[in-house]
Design a protein around this ligand. Structure first.
Ligand SMILES: [Zn+2]
Length: 123
């Protein structure tokens, strides 16, 4: 049954959500304790802090995808690409249970976001 397969993904997603939340809590705690008002730009502590902040942002994005995938699972639309509506490759869902885009849409979206980043930062 199709539902059974989704149950497995839901379990995996919930585990991932737990892990991401725990990791986020840990990182936020680290951010709290590392505030140094005297730090100069380029200070190793500040660089470390920026790294942690980037990790936090990455995790928040991941959590959003996980929540979205869990909602989809509840609505019975899990495993369907949110961009083109085609089923996502099961092997991809196996590797990335929070995936909401099929491989081809993901590469298109990533290309677009790279172009956006490139134009805004003028690199
Ligand atoms: Zn797609």
């Amino acid at each position: 049954m199709a539902g059974k397969k989704n149950d497995l993904h839901v379990k995996k997603l919930e585990e991932e959500r737990e892990q991401a939340l725990a990791e986020l809590a840990r990182l936020r705690e680290a951010l709290k304790s590392e505030v140094d008002p005297d730090a100069d730009e380029g200070d190793p502590d500040l660089i470390e802090r920026e790294k942690v902040m980037a990790l936090v942002q990455g995790l928040e994005r991941k959590l959003e995808s996980i929540e979205y995938a869990l909602r989809q699972a509840k609505e019975g639309t899990y495993g369907v690409c949110e961009r083109c509506g085609e089923p996502i490759d099961p092997a991809r869902l196996e590797a990335v249970p929070e995936a909401t885009l099929c491989v081809s849409c993901k590469s298109i979206v990533e290309r677009q976001s790279r172009i956006r980043t490139t134009t805004t930062t003028q690199f």
